[in-house]
Every structure is written in structure tokens, then in C-alpha cells.
Ligand binder design. Structure first.
Ligand code: 9YT
Length: 136
């Protein structure tokens, strides 16, 4: 069994800080669960365009307020503690934080380390997933 505390992650290489968010990566690919689990703080006032082409992500808000907009239809969904959104269609989206938000995020396939968004708002495809998906 793996047992960890958030305090064990803070200030280690499992804490990834960017201008818009700080991701505390509780479980990663190397933990062997088949998904990764993150406790992510979204910084107040930020707007982050994202497009996880290679991953599915579920995001559960446990603190704060904001909104997520799906690019395909322009729909804006309010987010507060207790709201989950799941990017089941690899949806292009923009996350806006009206306040500091704390989100529990699950990625499949798992994030492996210190990924940050590329210029399209994606994380790179994991190397061993390329064969499985026949990806470009
Ligand atoms: C909610 C979201 O996708 N934020 C970007 C960071 C990502 N969730 C992560 O790596 O924790």
C-alpha cells in the first residue's frame, strides 16, 4: 500500500509550479496505479487554455470558485466546491479562477513526472503509449 501526505510532496520534484497553477502530484505513473492523482491549486484571476489531446482528465473542485468554458460550443460552466468536470472528449477548454481554487485531478494515462503544458495546452503523449495508440 502507498500512503502519502500532501506535506510529503510540497517542495519536492513532485510539486510543479507554473504561472497559472501549482500541481502537487500525489500519485504518478511510476506508482503503478494506471492513473495519476494531483492536488492542484489554480491561482486567482488566471485563465488557462488547455487541450489534453493525449489524456483523459477528471477535475474535482474542493475549494474556490471559477468557471470552465468548452471551446467547441462556447458553453460556460460555473465551478464551486463540489463540482466535477470530466474531459471525456479531450475537450479544448479554458479554466478561469475567480478565486484561488483547489482541484483534485485524475489523469489517464498517468502523468509521469514534471509535465507542463506545451504551446497547445497539452501534455506530451507518454512514450510507451505511442505504440498502443498508433499516435502521430
Ligand atoms: C485543472 C487543470 O487541468 N489544471 C492544470 C494542471 C493539471 N491539472 C495538473 O497537472 O495538475
Amino acid at each position: 500500500m502507498i500512503v502519502k501526505k500532501l506535506a510529503d510532496i510540497v517542495d519536492t520534484d513532485r510539486e510543479v509550479d507554473t504561472p497559472n497553477w501549482t500541481s502537487r502530484r500525489l500519485l504518478l505513473k511510476q506508482d503503478g496505479m494506471g492513473f495519476s492523482l494531483h492536488d492542484t491549486v489554480i491561482k486567482e484571476g488566471t485563465a488557462t487554455p488547455m487541450w489534453y489531446r493525449h489524456h483523459l482528465e477528471a477535475v474535482y473542485c474542493i475549494e474556490g470558485r471559477g468557471e470552465v468554458e468548452t471551446e467547441s460550443d462556447g458553453r460556460v460552466h460555473p465551478i464551486e466546491a463540489g463540482t466535477v468536470y470530466a474531459l471525456d472528449r479531450h475537450d479544448k477548454h479554458v479554466l478561469r479562477a475567480h478565486t484561488r481554487m483547489r482541484m483534485v485531478c485524475v489523469f489517464n494515462p498517468p502523468v509521469s513526472a514534471d509535465e507542463v503544458h506545451d504551446e497547445s495546452g497539452a501534455y506530451p503523449l507518454p512514450a510507451d503509449a505511442e505504440q498502443e495508440l498508433g499516435a502521430a
